[in-house]
Write a protein that binds this ligand. Sequence first.
Ligand SMILES: [Zn+2]
Length: 295
Amino acid sequence: MKNLFTILLLICTFQIIAQTNLVSKLPYCYDELTAPDFVKAVAQSSGVCLLPIGILEKHGPHLPLGTDIFECRKVATTAASQEYCVVFPTYYVGQINEARHQPGTIAYSSDLLWKMLQETCDELSRNGLKKIIIVNGHGGNNDFLRYFCMSQLHSPKDYVLIFFQPNDNEETAKKIKALRQTTTGGHADEMETSMMRYIRPDLVKADQAGSQSGKNQGRLTELPNQYTGIWWYAQYPNHYAGDATKSSVELGKLLTEADADQLAQLIKKVKQSNKIEDLQNQFYQQAANPLNMKQ
Ligand SMILES: [Zn+2]
């Protein structure tokens, strides 16, 4: 009887501890926070907010339209679970004009996607999230996002905008090489299919991966040394670059975790450092009076 009482007491104690942990642990997803908890989250994150940006576009014949959204959100949430910060909800307003011929593409106009991103950043800052890290999941956004970041220097801002740039170290690159079975790629390929098999296997139609060609069609090779907006369509009209008939969960896990680890390291450093803010403020002051600069 005495033993039974002790066991019951222990069970109750464990339950209380478990519940206390549950209550005290702040969610990192912006949309899961209550308003009072949001105030705590801003403090606990030191004002760091991840903004994962995906897109709605065809990913070969076998992956879902939201593939890039799933990928960048998984990297962001994995990193936030390692190093606390706030993660902005699903965002898919980006550059995707080159896929307008394929079903399901949502290609907003340039001025709208610019304004959406600017006002989203401005609103995050107004809510105390002064260090915004963009986690991009869509290759077609890269040029737009770099130009957007550079354009922030046009007028003073009370926040910093950082574009996460993952770069596999030698050891990870070796592991990836050992696991990869194909040599071509770029979109809905072996790597992306592997990531989706790790993140949302229920949405991957692996048996369909060979039903369309992911080969470079090279339809503009007669015109060397040029750039034109139609280049992607000229090469990959099926919106599929690579061969996803081969893929593995192991490779997907490695790619996702490698990016998430690097992102967690960046979050930690951004929390501790005000270097970007300091340089930005110095720049804004000098830009207001360029003639005062020592020549
Ligand atoms: Zn993608």
